[in-house]
Ligand binder design. Sequence first.
Ligand code: PGA
Length: 222
Amino acid sequence: MKPLIIANWKCNPKNLIEAKKLFNKVKKLNAVICPPFIYISLFKSANLGAQNCHYEQSGAYTGEISPKMLKDLGLKYVIIGHSERRIHFKETDEMINKKLKAALKAGLKPILCIGEKKGENAKKIISSQLKKDLKGISKKDLRKIIIAYEPVWAIGTGDFCKTEKAKKALGFIKQKINTRILYGGSVNSKISKSYIKVGFNGLLVGGASLDAKEFIKIVKNA
Ligand code: PGA
């Protein structure tokens, strides 16, 4: 299977002109682009994803976007449980579990982000997040979930996780779930291929996905 490369634009680029420019440069790549919600319907691509979704399909939830709405727009993927959502927006494992179930029900492929903070025990956090986030999800549905191992300390810091260490986490996750597993955390074009070489099935790319040249290199090298 070809490595799956996902661009997580986060809350970027800061205006529509820049967003359109970037999208036009990367839209033909064999990669999934996850722009901010507000830009999604302006873009047309077979491989679009969202960065978050609500756990209900509709209702009185001011400001929320449901998985069904994303599916209706033609999206395939949705990132769930990114550490920035866990930290800044206080998303709990229980909420993430509900979001995963709602995304699966709507027919989306969820990308579940897991990973330890600095000083935390990676195995302990991975075990706990997987156990709580995947609670009650059927074996068949588990195979539709993509896991992104993203050590929180490696995200946006330039301090990427060394491949030997990432490979250990990969082995540990594989013992728990049989699905595609990606690496994320300060990926750039110089190191991207090394994660594929040690067995990751793809990459979740934040900062480097905002630089078209750099992202094109990452996708082509994979
Ligand atoms: P980064 O972000 O590549 O900028 O570290 C990755 C992510 O948060 O998904």
